[in-house]
Design a protein around this ligand. Structure first.
Ligand SMILES: Cc1ncc(COP(=O)(O)O)c(C=O)c1O
Length: 457
């Protein structure tokens, strides 16, 4: 049931208070509790500390409760507890995932040879994309990364990935995990809209020519911090010139490619070698639900590992577990299928558009407000701003935003987030929930104004 504005989003309790509350739940005894006792314990002790993502005052993060249409699929997946590693584990589940991946490739306008695989999270999807890129980079130089690893490659320190300074930190995780180290991730400056600056990319490529091997360039289509979309086609063209794999991190933004009004912004994405997308961010499906697309489906073979008892070589049935690392894989495709099928695409697109419209109207309404500094025009559903009340000096504006954020989180009535833009501390309003409107966002501004009085620098 959708939450009302007056209810708390979360308790705002300290870690110490929550620890105290939860002790009885974790008190493992010889004898168990009845389901009823346990339910009461959880309602009293745990639920107040859970965040209510469907509250109209929640506009801080990429979380939402499952739509009933998705929960239905999730319940079936749970009832049968299906894994979808390979045909033997779940022929029906495997085929749903395979057909869903093919349908999504078509819906997103990817090339006929494209394929996809469900992943645990966008982080792992990005990591696998960088692995596949490095694998191909090594192959082009006559080496087999899978067999020989980095020691098999002369001068592995030449390999670098280029990404905007605003790219998600999971890319740093990816180069760490691949053994390349963070030095292999070359950061390219972003422009005033926090999109990768194409001239800086050209300069970076020129500066690295001869000394480094750029095996991958990452485009962020919807940055985690501000929702900015890098210029896709120009990056793809530059990457083609240097022979680099293009990975589009669309964990947040790729969904919006389905909206007609975003088609031109996403032009060129079909030429990328791989794309990450997180349906769990704005499709109201249970977490985790992430997908990695590859323009050439055969690139997933770079992940394949066979064994004598499972995922045997030469099998002609589909085995999704050959396309990504985990052996046991959840049946995440089913909730996505049931929600799209039950809502119908028209309604699903409206659902996708609603938060963007709310943020647009919110930003338009704020233009006239003297005590609001808008940091940038939103590309998607994130508005970034600062409260700049009269009488508060410029040097106190960063601490003021921090104070407003902390007070809001402690009171638990509303939920906003914080980021940093150009060295300034900024309040961030992120909307993925259809329960949030421009009016509820304005209510949060009114609420923040009431908190200013308590700020004493
Ligand atoms: C652009 C971007 N990439 C990657 C990720 C990581 O995705 P996940 O949280 O599913 O691991 C996020 C998460 O917010 C993101 O916004």
């Amino acid at each position: 049931m959708t939450k009302q504005s007056g209810e708390a989003i979360c308790s705002g309790a300290t870690p110490r208070q929550i620890e105290e509350d939860l002790k009885p739940l974790l008190d493992f005894q010889k004898q168990g509790l009845s389901m009823e006792e346990l339910r009461t314990l959880i309602e009293d002790r745990l639920v107040p500390h859970l965040v209510k993502y469907d509250h109209p005052g929640f506009h801080s993060l990429y979380n939402f409760v499952p739509e009933e249409t998705a929960a239905m699929g999730a319940r079936i997946a749970l009832t049968y507890n299906q894994g979808v590693t390979n045909w033997q584990v779940s022929p029906g589940g495997v085929m749903v995932e395979e057909l869903c991946c093919r349908a999504l490739c078509r819906m997103f306008g990817l090339s006929p040879g494209a394929d996809a695989t469900f992943m645990y999270s966008g982080t792992y999807a990005n990591q696998q994309a960088v692995f596949m890129a490095l694998h191909r980079g090594a192959e082009r130089r006559g080496f087999d990364l899978a067999q020989d690893g980095l020691p098999g490659i002369p001068e592995p320190g030449r390999f670098v990935v280029l990404a905007s300074e605003e790219a998600h930190f999971s890319l740093r995780q990816a180069v760490r995990m691949l053994g390349l180290g963070e030095k292999a991730l070359v950061s390219v400056p972003a422009d005033g809209k926090r999109r990768l600056d194409i001239q800086s990319l050209e300069k970076t490529i020129s500066a690295l020519r001869g000394s480094k091997d750029i095996f991958c360039i990452v485009v962020t289509a919807g940055t985690a911090s501000t929702g900015s979309i890098d210029p896709i086609r120009p990056i793809v063209e530059l990457a083609k010139d240097v022979g680099a794999w293009v990975h589009v991190d669309g964990a947040y933004g790729f969904a919006y490619r389905m909206l007609a009004e975003y088609e031109s912004v996403f032009a060129g994405v079909e030429l990328a070698d791989s794309v990450t997308w997180d349906p769990h961010k704005q499709f109201g499906v249970p977490i985790p639900s992430s997908i990695l697309f590859a323009r050439r489906g055969e690139d997933f073979q770079r992940m394949a590992l066979f064994s004598g008892y499972f995922n045997r070589e030469g099998e002609t049935v589909p085995n999704p577990g050959l396309k990504s690392a985990p052996s046991t894989r959840p049946f995440s495709a089913l909730p996505l299928v049931t929600t799209l099928r039950c809502q119908g695409m028209e309604k699903a697109m409206e659902r996708l558009r609603t938060p963007l419209t709310a943020v647009r109207a919110f930003v338009d309404a704020l233009q006239a407000e003297e005590d609001i500094e808008l940091m940038l025009e939103p590309d998607l559903g994130i508005a970034c701003l600062r409260l700049t009340p009269r009488g508060i000096g410029k040097d106190l504006l960063d601490p003021l935003q921090q104070y407003l954020y902390e007070r809001t989180m402690a009171e638990g009535k509303r939920s906003i987030s914080m980021t940093s833009i150009g060295g300034k501390t900024v309040l961030r309003f992120l909307v993925v929930s259809p329960t949030v409107s421009s009016e509820t966002l304005m209510e949060t501004i009114a609420y923040l104004r009431t908190l200013v009085a308590g700020f004493n620098g």
